[in-house]
Design a protein around this ligand. Sequence first.
Ligand code: ZN
Ligand code: ZN
Length: 705
Amino acid sequence: MTGRIVSIALDSPLDTEFDYRWTPASAGAPEPRPGQLALVPFGRREVVGLVTAVGDASDYDASKLRDIIDVREQLAPLPADWIALCRFAADYYQRPLGEVMLPCLPKGLRTAPTVALDRALKKRAGLSGATGKAAARKGKAATDTADLAPPAAVPGLPAPAAPPKLNAGQQAAVDAIVAAEGFAAHLLFGVTGSGKTEVYLHAAQAVIAREQASGRQAQVLILVPEINLTPQLEGSVRARFPHLKVVTLHSQLAEGERLRNWIAAHLGDAAIVLGTRLSVLAAMPQLKLIVVDEEHDPSYKQQEGLRYSARDLAIWRARQQDIPVVLGSATPSIESWHHASNGRYRRLDLTQRAAAHAQLPRVGLIDMEVNKAPDGLSPPLVAALRARLERGEQSLLFLNRRGYAPVMHCDACGWISNCRRCTAFMVLHKPERRLRCHHCSLELRIPHACPTCGNVDLQPMGRGTQRVEEHLQVLFPQARVLRIDADSTRKKGSAQAAFDSVHRGEVDILLGTQMVAKGHDFQRLTLVGVINPDTALFSQDYRAGERLFAQLMQVAGRAGRAAVAEGSAQRSEVLVQTRYPQHPLYRALLAHDYPGFAQATLAERRSAGLPPFVYQALLRAEAKQLQAALDFLQAARDLMPVDGIVINDPVPMTVTRVAGVERAQLLVESSSRAQLQAFLRPWTAALRQQKSRLRWSLEVDPVDI
Ligand SMILES: [Zn+2]
Ligand SMILES: [Zn+2]
């Protein structure tokens, strides 16, 4: 009996698929199919790969090939459209196919022993048998239209939360999404509190009901930037769809749970998948709607390995599946706004806040040239805090810098706390009594005296959240102050516990970094203070302004979310401390004018030749010596002739040295995406051929330049 030649993608930097031989162990043994996982020998190891093609052995010398050890028959093959998605991502982001496919699978599928996989599948089978009616109902939900009837009649299932009535804008948005035939990209633009979540949930419900009515299954993928910050969304989804299987997919799940949830998505058991960026690469055979919440959020971009944008892949996937996709945001990315302006996306506006009496907060600018604040808090901001304390309302202070002070210095000799391994300062962490480098995590005890001159009077310079917390405790000794940042929430679950205490009203002043800006509705909050946002105005990164605007709108949205009974309390307030109150970004913020800000930003980008008007790729190199990294990039620059491509000079990165490694980069630009892609393919292949021992990486559509 002749065997078969099987092409397999492996998690290897070699940009190729590997051929193996398969011969049936016994008569009638099923031969491997594309999309199946297989255990194969690779070098001296045994590794799991993914079958991409199966061919006839007769026209090929198969005798030199090694044999497949095992095919994972127990798991249904990954579908062809998923393989196509991975092929696209590999091609577009210039990564070997195997390095795209394998790392995005849960670990339990990629390991040689099948224990985890078998256990997960057994649990799935056991579950539908053991819990009887309720589980069986889940299993066949998608083929039974009666399942959208109130499930209160079914014992053991919680009653669904009654969906709130939509306002006219929300209803129009839902209608537009559901009415779309085939692929359509919608940009759902609505201020914080305008009820975007309700639009997602109603659209999901309508799409699932429509498919069920035709006897078809439906799956909905809802992408969120960070699962930790959106427990409220998860709660809403589960409460609304108690009769459907809802699973989450994110990197913080325990391996077993992640594997089970991934399988539930892959086998179509899960009607709704709620996940972070990695879930855009989950197999979902019945996918009918994709939602990308907070589509502008930078965490949709993966910063290592396959440097993909989950938002962009979501658009591609919706087009591939010929289904609608919804991008939601109060401050859309400039790219998405551009696409909505030129008609590629349909813009759906939510202009009202959903809660009847909730109003947009009043934004005020505190001019720091006039109001001196040696401790970081200006007199008007302190007065506003005091008024909230007297009324028993909550305040939030936003300072996007953790630690006590960003640097320590010596007045006597000018010593400053540089990290010896990075081009960066060591940050003073006073409660922990440490200097910490936020780039390489090096930690030192706070020196008792200046390492250079022996002066014992070392001073902190600038301020972070810890220092403002200390000052608040002096100003308002009776107030309950809570700081939330990466340092105060290192323990698992501590961030959630901290947010819960804010919701319970146990906190008067909440102080934090961007962690406090996202996702939470604080009902008692009526004041948001922003401390020192100005540095972003003068950043080298051309996206810094866009990010700052989004961040300020988002943190401002924390205030005044509750429907305030008329006359009972005054309107919520946002106070921004700035030395540049005339800056156009702040003028737009005062007017809650995102469209004006976006239009001005697009005009600037157009005249400066920046994305979305050009397409970019960034080649980075790392070496012990900066010159070696620059030489590598210079050689890469001269590697091949280019047409319609601009390759800039190699330059050191802004933070040049991290953990003793020097880093440089080379920016490649073109006004045509197709031309850029056509250049990158052979260029990347040639770079791989170079056998340089130096580490390099390529990022297509880079976000941090
Ligand atoms: Zn000194
Ligand atoms: Zn360092």
